[in-house]
Design a protein around this ligand. Structure first.
Ligand code: ATP
Length: 356
């Protein structure tokens, strides 16, 4: 007997909406104060989105509205396509991991991870199996019997993650979850977090004020300022092509050249944002390459950062320019230029973003 295959194009697959998050015209006011203004945001299923911005820019408030801990003053919030604007937190398919992981100190790691399932009334056998798998996902199955104080900060952080993942949310919200860790552990956890997210495949919305962390982890970064998204895009988009001065400055060092000097150099008066690593540093008498623009000046400051050295140059045209050179030469060799040296900074105008 020949089995008939279903006609592929008769019924198109419905679009995958599991784990999508949509905010439409969302505003949040606390009395007179507006913390979030008319926000539009669409997060795709399985996406890793970071909300990046300075303290007080509204990131946590947005996260809390998605979780349901805070009501939107106006606007609509949808999870997996369903309007949840007035749905209480426990009825939303989301889970939150906070900075202070708040594990129960007197329960073992396995009991902590399985706690949510117990509250839901899951039987012992199911719980045991799912705890084992959740601990495996965060690579900590060997600590199941320990108490929280017997773990390191990074391990506790991963347990908090396991505790959230075990409930199989469609969306995981993370509020500065690595904030309490030292730099080295934090960088290690960033890589692990990204791996875990890829493996479990659920949507992560991650709040941070650390630009490097946002760039490292995310499929897209939403840069917040004053309760609004100033720019949203891939790490490369927001870093290389900032659309506003705020974004250019918030995402690392940037040289901003506008007005008459920009006009003089490029016949375009729009402000140029040029990253220090795209500025070449030459001797004052060296010629720049064809297609480059250049300015002469004096080195005012030399800063060694480990992988690179930064030179602050006061140009004769008046603008201060930072140039960065990777330390690719012999480790014992000093910097190519010192304070007081006359130099030339040069860059290709195409390598500068124009701020509209
Ligand atoms: P941080 O990085 O410091 O956590 P954030 O970007 O997450 O900052 P939010 O916590 O969202 O910022 O706060 C945004 C603004 O809303 C702040 O000015 C804050 O003071 C204000 N705000 C937050 N919650 C309340 C509240 N319950 N009542 C009054 N104002 C609030």
């Amino acid at each position: 007997m020949i089995a008939t295959a279903p006609v592929a194009d008769a019924v198109a697959d419905p679009p995958k909406t599991d784990g999508t998050v949509t905010l439409h015209g969302v505003t949040k006011s606390f009395g007179e104060f507006t913390a979030v203004r008319d926000l539009e945001l669409e997060v795709a299923s399985g996406e890793f989105l970071s909300m990046l911005g300075p303290s007080g820019s509204g990131k946590t408030t947005v996260l809390r509205m998605i979780a349901g801990f805070e009501d939107a003053t106006s606007g609509v919030i949808r999870l997996s396509g369903v309007d949840v604007t007035r749905t209480p937190p426990h009825a939303r398919q989301v889970n939150t991991v906070f900075q202070d992981y708040a594990l129960f100190p007197h329960l073992t790691i396995a009991e902590n991870v399985g706690y949510g399932l117990k509250v839901r009334g899951e039987g012992r056998a199911t719980r045991t199996e799912r705890v084992r798998r959740a601990l495996e996902q965060v690579r900590l199955d060997h600590v199941a019997g320990r108490l929280p104080h017997q773990l390191s900060g990074g391990q506790r952080q991963r347990i908090a993650l396991a505790r959230a993942l075990i409930l199989r949310p469609q969306v995981l919200l993370l509020d500065e979850p690595l904030g309490a860790l030292d730099k080295q552990l934090r960088e290690q956890m960033q890589i692990e977090l990204k791996q875990i997210q890829r493996e479990v495949g659920i949507t992560f919305i991650f709040v941070t004020h650390d630009q490097e962390e946002a760039l490292t982890l995310s499929d897209r970064v939403a840069v917040f300022n004053n309760g609004r998204i100033e720019q949203i895009g891939t790490a490369r988009d927001v870093y290389e092509f900032p659309q506003t001065e705020f974004v250019a400055r918030f995402l690392g060092l940037s040289n901003l050249i506008g007005g008459d000097l920009a006009e003089e150099l490029t016949r375009d008066s729009r402000t140029m944002s040029i990253r220090p690593e795209r500025v070449r540093l030459l001797g004052a008498d060296d010629a720049h390459d064809e297609g480059e623009v250049s300015l002469t000046g004096v080195v005012r400051e030399v800063v060694y950062t480990g992988p690179a050295t930064r030179f602050l140059v006061s140009t004769d045209a008046g603008a201060d320019i930072i140039a960065e050179r990777p330390n690719a030469h012999h480790p014992a060799a000093g910097a190519a230029f010192g304070r007081g040296d006359h130099v030339r900074v040069a860059w290709t105008p195409d390598h500068a973003a124009r701020l509209p």
